[in-house]
Design a protein. Structure first.
Lengths: 382, 631
């Protein structure tokens, strides 16, 4: 009887154990490979850098060594999201620190500045946050981890038109931001091409005065949705003016909007209820096995759930190590660059990522919404 | 108008000496002579000469001793209770007010009452032997108190063998946790069980026996106690009742016996009733009680107690088992019916052929109503229920017959549907068939619920059995017919998928029905190891197809769900998936999708779309797309 009970217990256990992978143990080789990090750790977008680095650290705990046992060392630099400083730090990391590859969390403007000189240093730069489509143009060493704004703007326009079945949109843009103006233009172009009507195109900067009059003008055209690929600060200003009119149009922003709202503008989060945005990730969406492991490690280390910047950091680090591992000499900069640009179906946090020879990535995009003070996953777009 | 005695002796202790004055100054003019209890007991004969009535006040033991003398010297008795003697006040309906109590004590024509002696000790209210959880709970106690008391008494609870003998020479061997003899205990759950049949002047002793043979039985008894507010017409399960002028109790181990809540004696216990041995002045509510029941005969209601071979099992267990068990004799109607159900007869064969033929035609027509008609005809319930009972009780004959009946039924069904398919010139695969090739977890849920329903309805005659039969047919007949169609089409995968669903459902039903019978207390007294082996073999049989098929089903369903939350940008065209389902044909995974798009999709678009889906799933896919256009 006892044997029978034991067998009954062991039977499912054997099935279960059968499905477990055995983790290979990596013996340290004694060699160190340096990865440079250029990111804003101060200034208005410091969250890009601080959150991104936390994601890298979580992933580094899971994989501190390359497959051959080489240890990874991070050399971290703060560029304050300043283009000139970014270029200086790129030179320093390559020439002085001898970094084998670089991950940057700077926005499109500093990365566009780095793009102009990237070929001089023959070192791969993986842009985690910058989404401007031109950062990969005219150079052979900057690769994009995230989707670009052409994809983002197109998807946003199609989602609004075909999923939300909206006919009229007012588009806001910040002419001083290459990111904002490009994304707004792409959205506008695509939306019109599929039969939508743009009721207004509003240029809005931090200095724009008499915003209430501007919004009243937009209101008179009765657009069903406001497309807001502008800074979070300006989004909040717009929402406040809209609410003053007791007007409840749908609103949609670009990547990073919801996580910055939740992190830095909690007091306005109720005003933004229902706000939609395109993004890299969303809370509550299904994760890949890699995503689950990173998420668990992140929660253990920081006692909180990660932001999209942290997820990009973890993905960037893991993808870079994957590329390095495919080189006979993991410190060979040229090989690393080639391997990054031939990544096919690398398992990221929420799905597969491929990077082509042109440095552009193919990866899913999320459409999220703010609901009851939280980010809610709506759709994933491939 | 009350009549009073002319003279009385007042037996008191030091604590009740203060009553001498009110007694002597009574308004009825009764002459009262006081005497201290100790002096009274030293020479009762001398004290009682010429005395017809005694008033007593003091501790319960003083009252009892005085009662014993009352039975010997035939004097009537008035009792003046102290404030603390709540039981005495309640059971004799005595006044709490001292003046009224004095007045009642001096009245004449007291109520004739029986005297019960247990091992020569006077029992006024109750005597308890062993553990009697729940039974001794006050009838009006809050449910929290009842529950707490039941849980407390459950620790270390087990049954012992007892032998009860009555005046009518009946000898009852049973297992019980304990028993309670009741005379005037009006407050407990036990007394509420027998209140309709109880009197203190009927010359009888009433005894309630507690024997919950399992944890389930214990909980059931607790539930009955919690619901009890009025008396019972029928004894609850786990309870026995004996009523006789004389009861002898012997137990396998000596038990202390509590008489009126005091440790008084131990088993073996001999209790006898001395009919109408006393005349006691009682309150108005009791003055006419017991007359109607005085000529009642001996009652032995032990149907709920473990008897014969059940007794052996109760003795073997250190603690009571979780599930109840019973010998076959308890279900004299059920078992012959089950044996009959396990036998193959022509009606079964004909109905099996007809139901499968109807189901096959219904499947080809993709007609739910015709398939339901086939389910109504299907006679599969009876052998499945018999098989479940055969497994539970280790009844080889029942097991063999019923499994033979099921196997033959299945073969007939497969042959019938295969033949129809073979003869049909046109063999479409309909949605109703596809639904049986891609089972979901809900199908297993249907099977399990059907199994429970089948066993439950078979256990209770008042439930219409065909209802459960239909439920079983839902889970079995259509996949069986589809499997037959697979044979007719010579498509092994078709047959395998449907037969896998059928087998999983069949085993699910059998195990669920077996478990339900077990919960309902149909386990055999002596459990055979062979039945354990059969259950284990069934478990293994169900585990393998479940492991093979349901992990895939779960994976498919997750994939289908995730597709509905996905959009695809293909060559600048936005595709919205509004419906996705996965089916398996010939070992290939086929995704059926309904997609919304604004622009027409070219072959290149479709290829790109397929590549995008394929990039996120490692297994090979075949995609079937239905496109709807957004105007």
């Amino acid at each position: 009887m006892k044997n029978l009970v034991n067998f009954l217990i062991l039977f499912p256990l054997i099935f279960w154990l059968d499905g477990c992978d055995q983790k290979p143990v990596i013996a340290p080789s004694g060699k160190t490979i340096k990865i440079g990090i250029i990111a804003p750790f101060s200034g208005p977008v410091l969250a890009y850098g601080t959150e991104g680095l936390k994601g890298i650290e979580a992933a580094r705990q899971l994989q501190p060594y390359l497959q051959n046992g080489d240890r990874i060392e991070l050399v971290v630099e703060d560029d304050k999201n300043d283009p000139a400083l970014s270029v200086q730090l790129l030179k320093k990391l390559v020439e002085k620190d001898r970094a084998s590859a670089i991950i940057t969390f700077s926005s499109s403007k500093p990365v566009l500045a780095m793009a102009k000189v990237a070929d001089n240093y023959q070192t791969s730069v993986l842009a985690a946050v910058a989404t401007h489509p031109d950062i990969t143009k005219g150079n052979g060493f900057i690769s994009q981890l995230g989707f670009d704004d052409d994809f983002q703007g197109t998807v946003a326009a199609l989602f609004v038109r075909d999923d939300l079945l909206i006919d009229t949109v007012a588009v806001f843009n910040n002419p001083t931001s290459v990111y904002s103006s490009h994304l707004a233009a792409k959205f506008e172009m695509k939306f019109k091409s599929i039969g939508g009507e743009i009721t207004d195109t509003v240029a809005l900067t931090e200095e724009t005065a008499e915003l209430s009059e501007v919004i009243k003008g937009v209101y008179e055209q009765k657009p069903e949705l406001l497309y807001l690929p502008i800074s979070v600060k300006n989004v909040v200003r717009v929402i406040r003016e809209v609410r003053k009119l007791d007007w409840k149009p749908k609103m949609m922003g670009g990547d990073g909007l919801i996580s910055t709202m939740l992190g830095q503008h909690k007091e306005d989060i109720d005003l933004a209820n229902g706000m939609l945005a395109t993004d890299f990730f969303a809370h509550g969406m299904p994760l890949t096995p890699f995503g689950n492991r990173v998420s668990k490690k992140y929660r253990e280390k920081y006692k909180e759930t990660g932001t999209p910047f942290a997820a990009l950091g973890a993905e960037g680090y893991a993808l870079l190590l994957d590329a390095m591992s495919r080189c006979s000499d993991p410190a060979d900069r040229d090989c690393i660059n080639r391997q990054i640009r031939s990544t096919i179906n690398f398992t990221g946090i929420i799905g597969n990522i491929s990077i082509g020879p042109n440095g552009k990535s193919r990866r899913p995009l999320c459409i999220n919404a703010i609901q009851s003070g939280r980010s809610k996953f709506i759709f994933k777009v491939y | 108008m009350a009549a009073y005695v002319t003279s009385a002796l007042f037996v008191h202790t030091e604590d009740t000496a203060h009553l001498i004055e009110p007694l002597q100054n009574n308004s009825a003019g009764t002459s009262v002579t006081p005497v201290v209890f100790d002096a009274f007991m030293q020479s009762p004969h001398a004290q009682l000469t010429g005395v017809d009535h005694v008033v007593v006040s003091g501790p319960l033991e003083v009252v009892k001793q005085t009662m014993r003398l009352a039975a010997t010297y035939h004097f009537s008795l008035g009792i003046i209770p102290t404030k603390e003697q709540i039981d005495l006040i309640r059971f004799y309906d005595l006044p709490k007010n001292p003046a009224a109590a004095v007045d009642l004590a001096l009245q004449r024509d007291g109520q004739a009452m029986d005297l019960i002696l247990c091992n020569d000790k006077i029992m006024l209210f109750k005597a308890t032997v062993g553990r009697i959880p729940i039974l001794d709970t006050p009838a009006k106690a809050s449910w929290i108190r009842v529950l707490a008391a039941a849980l407390k008494k459950f620790v270390g609870f087990k049954l012992y063998t007892f032998r009860f003998s009555t005046a009518g020479k009946q000898k009852i061997n049973t297992a019980a946790s304990g028993c309670m003899i009741l005379q005037q205990s009006r407050r407990s759950f036990a007394s509420s069980l027998i209140s309709h049949d109880h009197s203190f002047s009927d010359g009888m002793i009433s005894m309630v026996i507690s024997a919950p043979i399992s944890i389930i039985a214990y909980v059931t008894l607790l539930w009955q106690a919690l619901r009890s507010s009025k008396g019972y017409k029928q004894l609850p399960s786990s309870i026995g009742y004996i009523k006789s002028p004389q009861i002898d109790i012997a137990a396998e181990i000596p038990f202390d016996v509590l008489i009126d809540d005091e440790d008084a004696t131990h088993t073996p216990l001999h209790c006898e009733n001395i009919p109408k041995a006393l005349r006691v002045n009682v309150g108005k509510s009791l003055q006419d009680e017991g007359v109607s029941a005085a000529d009642a005969g001996e009652i032995i209601d032990i149907g709920n107690l473990p008897l014969e071979n059940e007794l052996l099992k109760a003795k073997r267990h250190k603690r009571i088992p979780f599930f109840s068990y019973a010998s076959e004799e308890r279900f004299q109607d059920l078992f012959p019916a089950l044996r009959e159900d396990a036998r193959i007869n022509s009606i079964y064969l004909v109905l099996m052929v007809l139901s499968t033929m109807l189901a096959t035609v219904g499947l080809y027509l993709s007609s739910a109503s015709v398939i339901i008609g086939a389910m109504l005809l299907a006679p599969l319930m009876s052998p499945i229920v018999s098989l479940s009972m055969g497994i539970l009780r280790g009844n080889i004959e029942l097991f063999k017959n019923s499994i033979g009946k099921i196997v033959i039924g299945v073969l007939i069904a497969l042959l019938s549907s295969a033949l129809i398919t073979f003869l049909f010139p046109y063999k479409p695969i309909t949605d109703e068939m596809l639904a049986r090739l891609n089972p979901t977890l809900l199908d297993l849920a249907v099977a399990i619920i059907s199994g429970i329903a089948a066993a439950y309805s078979k256990s209770f005659r008042e439930i219409i059995q065909s209802l459960a039969g239909v439920a079983i047919a839902v889970a079995l007949v259509p996949p069986l017919a589809v499997a037959g169609i697979g044979i007719g089409r010579t498509d092994f995968h078709f047959f395998y998928q449907a037969f896998l669903l059928f087998s999983t459902n069949l085993i699910g039903i059998i195990i669920a029905a077996t478990f339900t019978f077990r919960v309902l207390g149909y386990s055999a007294v002596v459990r055979r190891k062979a039945s354990l082996v059969v259950v284990f073999v069934f478990l293994v049989l169900i585990s393998i197809p479940l492991y093979l098929s349901f992990s895939r089903i779960v994976e498919d369903r997750i994939f289908e769900q995730s597709l509905r939350k996905e959009r695809f940008l293909v060559n600048e065209k936005y595709l919205i998936i509004i419906k996705a389902s996965i089916i398996w044909r010939g070992g290939n995974r086929i995704i059926l999708m309904d997609v919304l798009a604004r622009e027409p999709l070219t072959r290149e678009d479709l290829n790109s779309f397929k590549k995008k889906i394929q990039a996120n799933i490692n297994k090979k896919l075949i995609i079937r797309l239905k496109t709807f256009y957004i105007p």
